[in-house]
Design a binder for this molecule. Sequence first.
Ligand SMILES: *[C@@H]1O[C@H](CO)[C@@H](O)[C@H](O)[C@H]1NC(C)=O
Length: 194
Amino acid sequence: MNKTEFIVVAGFAISLLFHMTQTEVCPPSCNCESLGEMKGLHIDCSSRKLTEVPALPVNTKRLYLQNNSLTSVPPGVLDSLRSLEEVKIFDNPWTCDCHILYLKLWLEDASAPSLADIRCATPASVRMKPLGQLTGNELGVCKRLLPVKCLEFFWRDLILIAGAIVTLLLVAWALKLSKKLVCQIKLNQHNSRG
Ligand SMILES: *[C@@H]1O[C@H](CO)[C@@H](O)[C@H](O)[C@H]1NC(C)=O
């Protein structure tokens, strides 16, 4: 096999692997059916006690995730599903704090009707409320994280400022030293001449 052939074969193998991992593989715990002419997959992961959304093929057209133990969806997890047409994701014990915002916004875009079916399980203040009706205030439970973040920023800024001051002092010191050196060299030259 010459070099060009090797590159072609390797490229083909890599693209095949990519294709398989990206578009073909059915999540192990789900039933997948090809929709034939409609060019996509029907993926049924309902009633399987799933606690997280499995990795999904990009050509998922119908996605059933209802009646599981999902509490949240990490940001970005559903973004690759560009050909999605139907989602069922109700009957899950959703935790409706600020982390649920990704799912809420994604459903508003991708499948507004299924947002109406989603009810929160926790925290107690929003129990059984539809996610679609929650306001920013009700989802603001994670606000208490803010002071910690502020403190982080404060320390980071303090360290940056201290670093800048130390650098300035070092530069000033180096400049002074170099001037002294120049003077000494000049003095030495003067002395040696005289
Ligand atoms: C929900 O899932 C459980 C198994 O996790 C199953 O026993 C039950 O019948 C399902 N309920 C519905 C309404 O599909």
